[in-house]
Design a protein around this ligand. Structure first.
Ligand code: ZN
Length: 138
């Protein structure tokens, strides 16, 4: 970790996976990869049903769209199920967003908002090599 970085990262917080049927996906990860029981939550403001599950050293966030015209619904329509975003754990999210913006990184969220895993903000994939990147502080 360099002290000169714009935004230092603690670790990968989770990896987001867009799925059509979250109940089926959760069951798969539990049966096949031994993920523990997890609660599925409805997040209408984000247009998803979602859950965070522990898989080995990291976590997966399963996302099922509540409707076809939600962001995750459109994602699945365009690209099918699959990797949706990468979430990096940081300390001092609000300050880091400011520094990233000053550095010219495109932000989807200019202010932290509440997410499944703590306070979150998304960076624009055009600034992060096509990977929708979420910053998480928890
Ligand atoms: Zn996420």
């Amino acid at each position: 970790m360099t002290t000169k970085s714009v935004c230092s990262v603690n670790h990968i917080d989770h990896v987001g996976v867009a799925v059509k049927d979250i109940d089926e996906a959760l069951k798969f990860f539990q049966e096949v990869f031994g993920a523990p029981a997890a609660e599925i939550q409805s997040l209408p403001d984000q247009g998803v049903r979602a859950t965070l599950i522990e898989v080995g050293q990291t976590r997966l966030e399963l996302l099922e769209p509540l409707s076809d015209d939600s962001p995750v619904g459109r994602f699945i329509e365009r690209r099918g199920e699959g990797l949706h975003h990468l979430a990096l754990n940081v300390s001092g999210l609000a300050g880091n967003l400011k520094k990233l913006e000053e550095h010219g990184v495109g932000l989807v969220d200019r202010e932290p908002r509440e997410g499944l895993s703590g306070m979150i903000a998304f960076l624009h994939p055009r600034s992060t090599f096509g990977v929708l990147t979420e910053l998480v502080e928890n």
